[in-house]
Write a new protein. Structure first.
Length: 419
């Protein structure tokens, strides 16, 4: 995603724009008595404080590791990003909705509406300039991904927080203009308070999105799936390794990742050779991906690895695709599971519906000897077997791993690591 320097640039641009907007809106709110203008001023002051907190988090996350924090302070950025989301909700949305309710119950006329329009126009210019900078940085960082997918996959909260805040500010200005017009031209003084409530609801929605993503990163997300696959590929090319069992990655900061690699070495290899092999593998991975700050290698048999993954993830998660003894092993029916399984233990209702639909479609074309209503995993396993061996009839997965056309298919409920 975005580099530290580009993200910091967008945060500084947003800080300058929000400060100018906040001062302008405050002067206009005092002079005109507009509730919508006052809500926008509060929103801008909250955004200004948020940018300062993000800069503080970015600085703290770069601290050197110490004995009390052996993996460093990278997650400080995620902590302060979560605090920013709470501030948007509590101060921005809360104050705006409160002010709106007060002015709906006791409407007050707006004096000097022309001043309000001029201020709204200036604020739109300031916020628009900041929005263009953040949009340019986010667009460069997202690559070929869509905006929403890039937002969900991003490991750099400031890169999307600034864009979301500026977008909400521009929409809020448009709502404020509409409320001022209705309150003055259409003689509907309560419309000013209604506009303030709408601005508060908009901020609450944005805060909920930001809090959800920041919380997921703060708890600990895996690294980017492309990096995950690349590390496995590098390990597979490194000999003499009998089996690359799998990989765990944890994102500590936008540019800090910890990786744990499970390998099975050849039986005749000596301990000194294993040490040299691990050192060479670590150098190769860190040269290609400097963001991997620590790599832990665990010598482990394939069976022991699968059992440890079953204990960790349960019986329903898929496991990563890897190679053992030169055989390509598809250890899951889904090499990359749907995005909604990456950050949540239970998928949303619409995705659960499609999962059931996929299971039904799969069961309609395969012979199920043990159950008339197969699970999603068993249906997808049958579909995968038909792709791998079109001439064979699919059957329910047995209780142990079996070979089909040179490809090992896992047992039902085999966990996976890959998102």
């Amino acid at each position: 995603m975005a580099s530290i320097s580009s993200t910091r640039l967008s945060v500084y641009a947003a800080l300058a724009g929000n400060l100018l907007v906040a001062l302008t809106k405050t002067a206009a709110a005092i002079g005109t008595g507009s509730s919508a203008m006052l809500s926008e001023a509060v929103h801008s002051f909250v955004d200004t404080g948020n940018e300062l907190l993000l800069l503080h988090g970015m600085r703290r996350s770069l601290q050197q590791a110490d004995p009390e924090h052996p993996l460093g302070y990278g997650r400080e950025l995620y902590f302060w990003s979560f605090i920013v989301a709470l501030m948007v909700f509590a101060l921005g949305a809360g104050v705006s909705i409160y002010q709106g309710i007060v002015h709906v119950r006791q409407p007050q006329p707006i004096t000097h509406p022309l001043v309000s329009y001029v201020v709204f126009g200036l604020c739109f210019v300031f916020e628009g300039a900041s929005w263009l900078v953040s949009l340019h940085q986010f667009r460069a960082a997202k690559g070929p991904l869509g905006y929403y997918e890039a937002f969900r996959r991003s490991k750099d909260p400031p890169s999307f927080m600034v864009l979301f805040e500026d977008s909400a500010a521009l929409v809020g200005i448009a709502i404020g203009v509409a409320g001022t017009y209705a309150a003055t031209t259409l003689a509907l003084p309560a419309a000013d308070g209604i506009a303030s409530i709408l601005i508060g609801l908009l901020l609450a929605f944005v805060a909920a999105l930001l809090a959800r993503e920041s919380k997921s990163l703060l708890i600990g997300e895996r690294g980017d799936r492309r990096l995950h696959a690349a590390i496995l590929r590098i390990a597979q090319e490194q000999g003499p390794i009998a089996c690359v069992n799998g990989l765990l990655t944890v994102q500590l900061a936008p540019n800090q990742i910890v990786a744990a690699l499970s390998l099975q070495f050849a039986d005749d290899i000596r301990a000194s050779e294993i040490e040299d092999l691990v050192l060479a593998l670590e150098r190769k991975i860190r040269q290609a991906y400097p963001e991997v700050i620590d790599l832990f290698v665990k010598p482990q048999t394939d069976d022991a690895y699968r059992e440890s993954m079953r204990r960790r993830f349960g019986e329903t998660l898929p496991v990563a695709r890897h190679e053992c003894d030169g055989r390509s092993i598809a250890a899951s029916t889904l090499a990359v599971p749907p995005p909604f399984l990456t950050n949540h233990s239970r998928p949303p209702a619409i995705e659960r519906f499609f999962m059931k639909l996929m299971a039904w479609l799969g069961s309609a074309k395969c012979v199920c000897a043990t159950s008339a209503e197969p699970t999603v995993n068993s249906a997808m396993t049958a579909a995968t077997q038909r792709v791998l061996n079109p001439n064979s009839r699919a059957s329910p997965p047995p209780s142990s791993t079996r070979m089909t056309s040179g490809v090992t298919t896992p047992t039902r409920g085999m966990p996976i690591w890959a998102k």
